[in-house]
Design a protein around this ligand. Structure first.
Ligand SMILES: [Zn+2]
Length: 206
């Protein structure tokens, strides 16, 4: 897979999210540690230009978070960053968000989840010029993705795309209007798989 540019605002939201969770100084340390010193006190502007930030840098930052905060810590931090990305995306596109909610009036939670996941897969496929798609399996949805935005060039024994999991979780929670839905990455390109897969399911009460 080739490295490629991402939109300024995509990396901006990630840096803002990490800073909000770990604090200004820890973000500086992370940027130093990962060799991304050009972003210290200099986050990319809020526009959709693809100028100089590459997905390899997103993956580097994720990896530094994992090395410093451990696997569990990284999962918690990055999942939260992903949820913030989702909220930011919705806040920035209020008309699309409102229309989507209106079109889902009266629908069941799985129907709403299906709509938002298909919409997301279509949008991501176009934005990143990649393949993302939805499959359904025994009451859960599988979001599959070849974008590799958070696992580019990484090798791991476990899934590492926590930001994407948080992002999907944030969107589904918003669309269904309840907190009972979970997202779990089950397969990751960092593990040598041809795509990342995220299982999205409603947690059933015991
Ligand atoms: Zn992955």
């Amino acid at each position: 897979m080739e490295d490629r540019l991402i939109e300024n605002k995509a990396f901006r939201v990630i840096l803002m999210g990490v800073e909000e969770i770990v604090g200004k100084n820890a973000l500086k340390s992370l940027l130093n540690y990962s060799g991304l010193t050009q972003y210290i006190d200099n986050i990319p502007p809020n526009n959709d230009k693809k100028e100089s930030t590459c997905i390899s840098e997103t993956a580097k930052l994720d990896e530094a978070i994992e090395e410093i905060f451990g696997e569990k810590g990284a999962r918690a931090i990055l999942f939260q960053v992903g949820r913030m990305q989702a909220k930011y995306g919705l806040d920035e596109n209020p008309d699309i968000a409102r229309q989507a909610l209106e079109s889902m009036t009266g629908m069941s939670e799985p129907e709403r989840a299906r709509i938002i996941l298909n919409y997301t897969a279509d949008t991501i496929s176009k934005q990143f010029d990649t393949e993302s798609w939805i499959e359904e399996e025994e009451g859960s949805f599988l979001y599959k993705d070849k974008a590799g935005t958070h696992c580019f060039g990484r090798k791991a024994d476990f899934p590492v795309c926590h930001t994407t999991a948080g992002f999907l979780g944030g969107l589904v929670t918003w669309a269904v209007g309840s907190n009972g839905w979970k997202v779990q990455e089950t397969t990751c390109m960092a593990m040598g798989e041809p795509y990342c897969a995220f299982r999205i399911y409603k947690e059933t009460a015991e």
